[in-house]
Design a protein around this ligand. Structure first.
Ligand code: COI
Length: 353
């Protein structure tokens, strides 16, 4: 694309919204009427198109199928009681998207294309954002390498797209986890901090083994020693010992979660002592034994804030206590109040559409 990033809009003839059952949504299965597509070719971004959601045509040799050059973001739009629609910290997602792009040798997406395109797309499909407990519009910007040919080298063509799906929170039932002692999600110098599609693919097999044992997720530990907690793939992890809250420091193996950063800030706002520091599995096991382990919870865009009911590490199993006033529920309410425009936005996290 040359000088101006004009956005071309081709609207659907008939909306699918009347046929959508908003009370029975399965996460990530229903998509809105429109999507955004923008191609990078000859070293520049071409025109931005917003068009009816539907199949895209690619050849079998398309590089993404062979080398997995693919990244994505998870974001949400919320509607308030008066019908206004807000994005939550979208700049943070745009910046992380480009950090992922850089690590995967993909072109960065200019702010104008990402933000203006996103805002126009959400505005066009804003009837798909519903006001209701836990309801939001899940936004999925992603980029794939789209050049044809199986030479193992970065692509000369990429597609940046945004699709959108009305959703409730990701986890419906109780969540219990296995703390990893064998498999790893990410290694030093790798792509763990990037939202690279392959990070998720690599987690499916160990996660399936956990599911077979009756657990819903794996909390990954550091690849070198399996001694320190990292993250859970779909969520960052917080641990409450006594009255203090801990989360692993962000590094090149751990996703720098937007919800994670929001939780840290909100905890500070609530006068909770919160620290980013390494948490060893041994510390968790000892705190479980002496009763000082009060809570473990996950945070993520899709997941929101999810209490972990219990965990297993090797042969050690533990059920977390049920607390009346947990940090997880306090912080989740505070987060929702900001997202649904029910509370003051003192950190400037809401962006009105
Ligand atoms: C998100 O929270 O948006 C994520 O990317 C997790 C996803 C795998 C559902």
């Amino acid at each position: 694309m040359t000088n101006t990033h004009a956005i071309v809009i081709d609207k659907v003839k008939e909306s699918k919204i009347a046929k959508t059952d908003f009370d029975n949504l399965t996460f990530g299965k229903t998509f809105t009427d429109h999507m955004l597509e923008c191609t990078w070719r000859d070293g520049e971004w071409q025109s931005v198109e917003i068009k009816p959601y539907g199949p895209i045509e690619v050849e079998p040799s398309c590089k993404v199928f062979h080398y997995g050059q693919a990244i994505f973001e998870g974001m949400k739009a919320f509607k308030d009681a008066t019908g206004d629609v807000f994005l939550f910290r979208p700049e943070d997602n745009w910046q992380r998207f480009n950090a992922s792009a850089k690590r995967l040798a993909m072109p960065e997406v200019p702010e104008e294309i990402f933000m203006e395109g996103l805002k126009k797309l959400v505005a066009l499909d804003k009837d798909w954002v519903r006001y209701g407990e836990g309801l939001s519009l899940y936004l999925r910007p992603f980029m794939i390498s789209s050049e044809n040919g199986v030479a193992a080298a970065p692509s000369t063509e990429y597609k940046f797209m945004i699709i959108m799906s009305p959703a409730f929170a990701y986890y419906k039932g109780d969540v219990r986890v296995i703390i990893a002692s064998e498999f790893s999600r990410a290694a030093d110098g790798g792509v763990g901090y990037a939202k690279a599609a392959g990070n998720y693919a690599a987690s499916f097999y160990p996660n399936n083994l956990a599911i077979q044992e009756g657990y819903q997720q794996v909390i990954w530990t550091d690849a070198a020693s399996h001694e320190y907690l990292e993250e859970a793939g779909t969520m960052n992890i917080f641990v409450r010992i006594g009255d203090s809250l801990f989360t692993a420091p962000h590094n090149d193996r751990i996703l720098n979660g937007v919800t994670r950063r929001s939780v840290i800030q909100m905890a500070k706002d609530h006068g909770i002592h919160v620290e980013e520091r390494r948490i060893s599995v041994n510390e968790i096991r000892e705190a479980a034994k002496d009763g000082s382990l009060k809570e473990i919870f996950g945070s993520g865009t899709a997941a929101v804030i999810v209490p972990i009911k219990g965990f297993k590490h090797k042969d050690f199993k533990y059920e977390l206590p049920q607390l009346d006033d947990s940090y997880a529920s306090r912080l989740k309410e505070a987060l929702k109040d900001i997202q649904y425009n029910r509370a003051e936005d003192k950190h400037g996290w809401r962006v009105k559409i």
